[in-house]
Design a protein around this ligand. Structure first.
Ligand code: AMP
Length: 448
């Protein structure tokens, strides 16, 4: 049952900002030097068995949660919700769903260490849909995400799984678009909405101005909590939390559990169920990972063009750069070279961001160049190749290359190195995740 001694509403001021590799873009790409070190497949760790659902098996999940429930029927869900789950295409719950959905249904707070790709969005979406009263038009659940794209995606998942339930989830994200402004959000909420999926800034603003009435809220989901902290969104989370009823059930999802997350958990939650995916099992197993030693920044572009030509039969590709400026530069260069690409980053207008996302999701565009704004949580199932044009940090690596190989599907990641330091970074990533990032074999095209 629900706790009474929950959380003193404390002030908290500390914030933090994300770290970023920076390297200035090169404008020269005259050399035709192509992946010299692309010679050996020998060290590649090949997957030898079919991946488990969500890339995880029961043994990979630990914590203090109840035992696994291996079917959706066995969970005691509302029939209309069950129908929505099956219509959405899910047949069997993933490992984390087997453990986490039931305790959420029982009203328990939860801290789940899980990265995207394991089925965690459905965990809280199903939890929310099970708990809300559809005949009441008031906001009953809040889901917070670190990026607009993720908030929109979560909103879509909730509306799709809740398709047979007469439920409405609305997205509240910053930035005005032609089709959707803050005033249209306000009107929609006034007409009756049960779930809000948004970014902390906009949601806080809507609460403060009393456009979202928090009185009936009974569930708060904080998705990608570690990323929220990295983005300096901690204060906004605490501000939102202060408006919520004391007995609000809190579900906190985070790929990693640094001290700040644990602290947040202990302030927001009472005796939470913990579902922990062991670090080693935050799996990169389904993704074949390679590197190309381009030797110098200026040669990366030619290498990329060569890859692009070879990978014409690949589904969809995401190319990551470390800066917005580099994304723009690469986008322009590739377009000048008659390659069909799209790009997206945080400086672009929300309208434009949504248009690019829609085009990429629908398969209208095959290659997306972006920054780490896309590195977390975004789910486009057809992405099977990720190229790190610039290398990420060790932590970000997992999130970026997790864009391919979603939910146990096979994917390929290729990392560009342009200096000795880059090679060192690749070695550090290999050590961090106990993986091998082999040189890309010359017959790359035949691997696809
Ligand atoms: P997430 O971890 O929420 O980012 O989900 C990763 C991907 O797994 C998404 O494409 C989901 O649609 C998919 N997924 C989640 N749960 C299931 C399930 N039980 N069966 C099949 N696919 C699933």
């Amino acid at each position: 049952m629900k706790k009474s001694s929950k959380r003193p509403r404390e002030d908290d001021t500390e914030g933090s900002s994300g770290k970023e590799h920076r390297r200035s873009p090169s404008s020269s790409h005259k050399s035709h030097k192509i992946h010299k070190s692309s010679s050996s497949l020998s060290k590649v760790r090949e997957k030898d068995s079919k991946p488990a659902l969500g890339g995880l098996e029961d043994k990979d999940i630990s914590g203090n949660s109840n035992k696994a429930i291996t079917t959706f029927e066995g969970m005691g869900l509302k029939p209309t919700l069950l129908r929505g789950i099956y219509s959405y295409g899910f047949e069997k719950p993933s490992a984390i769903q087997q453990r986490a959905i039931k305790p959420i249904m029982q009203g328990r707070d939860m801290i789940a260490q899980s990265q995207s790709g394991t089925g965690k969005t459905a965990v809280f979406s199903i939890g929310i849909l099970q708990s809300i009263e559809t005949n009441s038009p008031t906001v009953q659940a809040l889901a917070l995400s670190p990026t607009r794209e993720l908030a929109l995606q979560t909103c879509n998942v909730i509306n799709s799984i809740g398709d047979y339930m007469n439920v409405k989830c609305i997205s509240c994200v910053g930035g005005k678009t032609k089709s959707k402004s803050i005033s249209s959000d306000i009107k929609t909420i006034e007409k009756g909405v049960q779930v809000v999926s948004g970014t902390p800034g906009r949601v806080h603003d809507m609460i403060k101005r009393q456009h979202i009435n928090t009185k009936s809220i009974k569930m708060l989901v904080i998705d990608e909590a570690d990323e929220m902290l990295l983005k300096g969104l901690k204060e906004q989370l605490y501000d939102i939390y202060r408006y919520l009823p004391v007995e609000t059930q809190v579900i906190l999802i985070s790929a990693t559990l640094p001290k700040e997350i644990i602290d947040m958990g202990s302030r927001f939650m009472a005796d939470p169920v913990r579902v922990l995916v062991k670090r080693d099992e935050l799996s990169l197993d389904c993704i074949r990972q390679y590197h190309i030693n381009c030797e110098e920044e200026q040669w990366k572009y030619e290498v990329l063009c060569d890859l692009y030509t070879q990978s014409s039969n690949i589904n969809q590709t995401v190319i990551f750069c470390n800066t917005r400026k580099k994304v723009d530069w690469l986008n322009n260069e590739l377009k000048k070279g008659n390659f069909s690409v799209t790009s997206m980053h945080g400086d672009m207008a929300q309208d434009e961001r949504e248009k690019v996302m829609d085009g990429f999701r629908s398969g209208g565009s095959r290659v997306l160049i972006t920054t780490d704004v896309w590195g977390r949580g975004i789910d486009v199932q057809q992405v099977s190749l990720v190229i790190n044009y610039d290398l990420p940090t060790e932590d970000q690596y997992l999130h970026r290359i997790g864009r391919s190989g979603r939910f146990g599907r096979q994917g390929i990641a290729i990392n560009f190195a342009a200096s000795k330091d880059d090679i060192k970074t690749i070695r550090a990533i290999e050590r961090h995740y106990s993986i091998t990032i082999a040189p890309l074999p010359a017959n790359f095209g035949s691997l696809l």
